[in-house]
Design a protein around this ligand. Sequence first.
Ligand SMILES: NC(=O)c1ccc[n+]([C@@H]2O[C@H](COP(=O)([O-])OP(=O)(O)OC[C@H]3O[C@@H](n4cnc5c(N)ncnc54)[C@H](OP(=O)(O)O)[C@@H]3O)[C@@H](O)[C@H]2O)c1
Length: 236
Amino acid sequence: MSNEQKVAVITGGSQGIGAGLVEGYRQRGYRVVATSRSIKQGADADVVAIAGDIADRGTAQRVIDEAVSRFGRVDTLVNNAGIFIAKPFTDYTAEDYAGMIGTNLTGFFHITQLAIAQMLKQGKGHVVNITTPFVNQAIAGIPAALANITKGGLTSVVKELAVEYAEKNIRVNAVAPGFVRTPLHSAEALEYLKAFNPMKQIGEVSDIVDAVLYLESAGFATGEVLYVDGGQNAGR
Ligand SMILES: NC(=O)c1ccc[n+]([C@@H]2O[C@H](COP(=O)([O-])OP(=O)(O)OC[C@H]3O[C@@H](n4cnc5c(N)ncnc54)[C@H](OP(=O)(O)O)[C@@H]3O)[C@@H](O)[C@H]2O)c1
C-alpha cells in the first residue's frame, strides 16, 4: 500500500467531536486511525478502528503500530478522547478521579509519546489537544475541578511541547470548545448551558472540526490554543 497519503490518529473517534474529526480528515484526503473503547470497524478501508481504553499504554501502542504498519506514517494526532464529570469537589469519588485522570491525562501521555516518537522519525508532525475554556474561566454553578485539573494539563503542555519540538518541525496546538452539541450532553443540559457564553449559543461539531482543520493548514502556528466557545473564554 502506498504511504504517500497523510495519516491522522483520532482518539475518541466513535461519536461526537471525534466522529466529526474522522470525517473531516477523510474529506481532507487523510487516512485515519480512530480509537475508542466501543469503536467498530466501518466500511471505509481508509479508516481503521482500534478498540481500547486510551488510558492503557497497550491501546496507544496498538494504535500507533497499526497506523505505521497499515498506512506507513503518523502525520497528526488529535487527543480528543475525554470525559467530563461535574460535581461539587467534595463529592468526587476515587473512581471519578481515576477515570478523569486516566482518560484525559494518562490517555494523552501514552499516545502522544508514541506519536511524537514516530513523527521524529518522519521529521514532521502535528499534535492537537482538545481542551476546554473551563481551564481559564470557572463558572459559578458548574463545579468541575477535575476538568480543570486534567484539561489544565492538556492546555499547559501545548506551549511546552511546541517549544520542545519546534526545531523538529512538530507543531503542537489545542482547540478549546465551549458547550457543543454532542452525546456528552442531554438536550435539556444544552438548553441550560447556552446561557453560559456571551453568544448564548451552543456550538456544533462542525465548528470544532473546522478549527482543528484550520490549525492543520496553519503551518506556522504552534503553541496556540484556539477558543471556539461563543466568547466563553473572553468573559461574560
Ligand atoms: N461537548 C462539549 O461541550 C465539550 C466541551 C469542551 C470540551 N469537550 C471535549 O471534547 C472531547 C470530545 O467530547 P464530545 O463532546 O465529543 O464527547 P462524547 O460524545 O462523550 O465523546 C467522547 C469520546 O471519547 C471516547 N472515550 C471516552 N472515554 C474513553 C476511554 N477511557 N478510552 C478511549 N476512548 C474514550 C468515547 O468513546 P467510547 O465511549 O467508545 O470509549 C467517545 O468517542 C472531549 O475531550 C471533551 O472533554 C467537549
